[in-house]
Design a binder for this molecule. Sequence first.
Ligand SMILES: [Zn+2]
Length: 267
Amino acid sequence: MPELPEMETYANALRPRVVGRRITQTIITREKSINVPVTVWTECLVGSAITQVERRGKHLLFHLPGEQLLLLHLMLGGWMFWGREDDKPERTIQVQLSFGEEHLYFIGLRLGYLHLWKMEEAERKLAALGPNPLELTEEMFRKRLLTRRSTLKAAFLDQGFLAGIGNCYTDELCFEAGIRPDRRTHELPDEEQTRLFQAMLELLNRGIRSGGYMEHPFYVGDAHTGGFNELCQVYDRGGEACHRCGNSIVQSELAGRKLFYCPGCQR
Ligand SMILES: [Zn+2]
């Protein structure tokens, strides 16, 4: 499932393409991917210009005039593609937004959704999200850790703890910090809290710089998206050798979630 760096990568790629541009057409092939009747959807969107693209946690918000917005969550399997009719991938497209000759395609949007809301309704939906980890001070981070009382894995996966981190970046940032993800939040000594905070910022920024881990390019010739895949140290590498120490990466499970760590580099 795309996490903060993947959605930030999408937002950065989308802004120069869609902000200020009018939606000329929209095609819905899976009505369950949206939350209003197609007629209402079409009437609201066609002719409207997107005023801003914002990321909140793992969501993207496409702001529209009149205090309205489209709220996107790709969940598992969802992705986006931008291009002309001839460029579009041979996949089932659930939602299409057209901007003249160019189109934004939403693909694999089965668990995921693109919902039309009034701003205040969207704010209510997003009210439970925790802070943006990239805007947190170390002091705020420590305070959240100490009052949390769970494993690091459970804390980082909880979108109310911090918004935007998921399975992959949790394991990767714990590796970066040299701390096992099954350690408990309130039991980390000061020095490890600092390491974890710095590793989190470093990892998320590295993820954004390298284009996140999405497998599909966002447009024809896109060499940026997906660059983080090559940089994963532990995630989905169970049984493989650690690049740093040579030990076998351990894959285990914690409360039903996959967990990866290096027994040589992490304590
Ligand atoms: Zn190692």
